[in-house]
Design a protein around this ligand. Structure first.
Ligand code: 0CH
Ligand code: SF4
Length: 316
């Protein structure tokens, strides 16, 4: 049977960012330095394939520090942790390595700086997401007010509307966040904030590439996990930019081929926590079924790299 022709647009950049790369390296290097088991508090990054592969090498994933023994190293995930977590680990004299992305840590520092200057914080983020929990947990209870949408801005009651600053989660939708920031500026003209928001380079670049891809095709697959904020935002951005079919898939087995019947092009991208091996698996699945022509849609070139913590750069 002859295969139908299909243009496969590949977003660039897509997949792993520097923070994810560093976080995974931290677990691998901790395993080689201290041997198994090494505990990891929360999924190191939100990807089952990555987590399963590290588990196979001896990592033990837990949700809370209480689940770790005192005498084994523990790693904190890329999303960041409330201040109370390293404090508890230090009190128990545990070895801990913080795999929080430096760009998340930067937001933590921003929050502390504003707090030291007597400002109450507004955080734009998703309730319950580990990054939001971690960032809010840098300051005492009540010092960070969470808003998720522009509508939320109307109902918050800060201590002093003239003494406010805002911070954001790093993996939000750039466009939706701009609306929330506009609502904050309108209601609190004195609010202090970053130049735009705290969304990181990787989130921004992946969303830009999706928008460019949406001008070429109406169908899009985002490789990523259902609990991955940045991956879910890529699906929303694709849909908003005009893709009538935009779906999140964890891997090739999740592709709904029936829904794709009759298409002659599709865009592929991947969240910052989705490994290249799963991207290739999806591309290969298309090649099995279609006569594929690949076209890369490149909107940015990334060359960011983060060093692993010093403790892992020295022998045991
Ligand atoms: O996008 P989220 O924050 O859910 O996390 P992820 O999918 O593990 O991607 C890495 C980002 C980690 C923190 O910015
Ligand atoms: Fe860091 Fe951005 Fe990657 Fe999050 S998505 S780990 S903030 S580079």
């Amino acid at each position: 049977m002859t295969k139908s022709p299909l243009t496969l647009y590949l977003a660039a950049p897509r997949g792993f960012c520097a923070g994810v790369d560093r976080a995974i390296k931290i677990v691998e290097m901790a395993l080689s330095k201290w041997g198994a088991p090494v505990y990891v508090r929360h999924e190191i990054v939100h990807n089952k394939y990555v987590v399963d592969a590290l588990r196979d090498q001896g990592a033990v994933f837990v949700e809370e520090l209480d689940e770790c023994p005192d005498d084994r190293p523990v790693i904190f995930s890329a999303h960041g942790v409330p201040k109370a977590v390293p404090a508890a680990a230090a009190k128990r004299e545990m070895i801990y390595v913080d795999a929080t992305c430096p760009l998340v840590s930067k937001v933590h520092i921003e929050a502390e700086r504003h707090h030291a200057n007597g400002l109450q914080m507004v955080m734009i983020g998703h309730a319950g997401h580990p990054e939001t929990v971690g960032t809010m947990g840098q300051l005492p209870e009540g010092e960070v007010i969470l808003v998720e949408t522009a509508d939320d801005v109307a109902s918050i009651a800060p201590r002093d509307p003239n003494k406010l600053a805002f911070i954001t989660q790093t993996t939000l939708s750039v466009d939706d966040t701009a609306d929330v920031v506009a609502a904050l500026n309108a209601r609190f003209p004195a609010i202090i904030g970053p130049h735009k928001e705290d969304i990181c380079y990787a989130t921004t670049n992946r969303q830009e590439a999706v928008k460019a891809m949406a001008t070429k095709t109406k169908a899009m697959l985002v490789i990523g996990a259902p609990n991955s904020s940045n991956s879910k935002r890529l699906v929303e951005v694709g849909a908003k930019a005009g893709c009538s079919y935009a779906q999140l898939v964890q891997r090739a087995a999740d592709i709904d081929w029936r829904a794709l019947e009759g298409i002659d092009s599709i865009g592929i991208t991947a969240g910052a926590s989705a490994p290249e091996v799963l991207i290739n698996e999806v591309i290969d699945a298309f090649k099995d079924r279609y006569d594929v022509t690949e076209e890369v849609i490149e909107t940015a070139v990334e060359n960011v790299e983060f060093k692993v913590p010093r403790v892992l750069r020295t022998p045991a």
